[in-house]
Design a protein around this ligand. Sequence first.
Ligand code: PLP
Length: 366
Amino acid sequence: MALHVHPTISSLKAYSPGKPIVELERELGIREAIKLASNENPWGPSPKALQVLEHASASLHRYPDGGAHDLRQALANKWQVPNEQILVGNGSDEIISLLIKTFLAPGDEAVMADLTFVMYRLSVLGGHGVPVEVPLKNWTHDLSAMIDAVTDRTRLFFICNPNNPTGTMLTGQEIESVLARLPNHVIVVCDEAYYEYVRDAAYPDSVRYVRDGRPVVVLRTFSKIYGLAGLRVGYGITTTEIAGFVNRVRPPFNVNSLAQEAARAALLDDEHVAKSRAMNEAEMAFVEEGLTAMGFTTIPSQANFIYFDVGMDGVAVYEALLRQGVIVRHIRGSMIRVTIGQPTENRRFLEALKHVLPTLSQPAQV
Ligand SMILES: *Cc1c(COP(=O)(O)O)cnc(C)c1O
């Protein structure tokens, strides 16, 4: 077979998601594995979202509303922008690739941190663009260096805030100084997938930048605190101009009908969001304390996960935890990311870690 595959594509390494629970259980022949690897809401979906699904499924023989009118209107009301400034996608992942498809011609550049959400790099390469990756400074975006990396070919500037996987946050002041310094041809993508978890008052009100007419896309998702990762729905808030261009390449039925209905119901469930947020805050403190007590260095997080240094081969720790039925994420080197789960899951994670450490930290046999 002589397939003609562009070298950019053939050299890509496919995105590797957190290991699913059922897969690990099958491999090890165990039950009750826990997954703290994909920053999902451990408390499940909003009950209000579940309620509307049954009714919505009666119309599954119909195509979805291609314009997702009701969902976009609900989001427009919530964020006080006209509904033509709302984009919805099959997860915010899809909006990321749509932005790349819309604005990046082959050879155009997208600036991003060198340790950030992997999908930026993958989607840019998949779109034959050039990811320009700027190393982190103190575990957070090095904004000055990122601005220095901007050229005439730069089309997109990705800011992941809080940053996945480090959990670090940029302040409104920092974002504003970026906006002031960037040339007008660069679109700033503020990926705020963990927006609802942030506790620091210095966090930006990024929708304001959009209202001010800046070339900004604020990305949010129903996959994290809203607990709807399986339905795939995310959204963007941006200028009418940017939304108009993206809509030219957006597939017409990119958000399915169940997702549209469930997301709209979840959006109104303030109680579920508040509970998830409060539980996360309390449990984050617990996990952080546990890790510190074991002597690990943790990076302070504004999201629903903790990035920490195990001080040894992270793959070995990841694999040892898997054998205990605990799925976390190895990021690179000695760094691991763990999602905050329910209290019982967090206790099990800390105990499993305590249990496997002595077997791992012995010096190599000479
Ligand atoms: C989880 C996540 C997303 C998106 O998720 P979708 O499920 O595609 O909405 C986007 N950005 C970051 C930083 C994330 O962590």
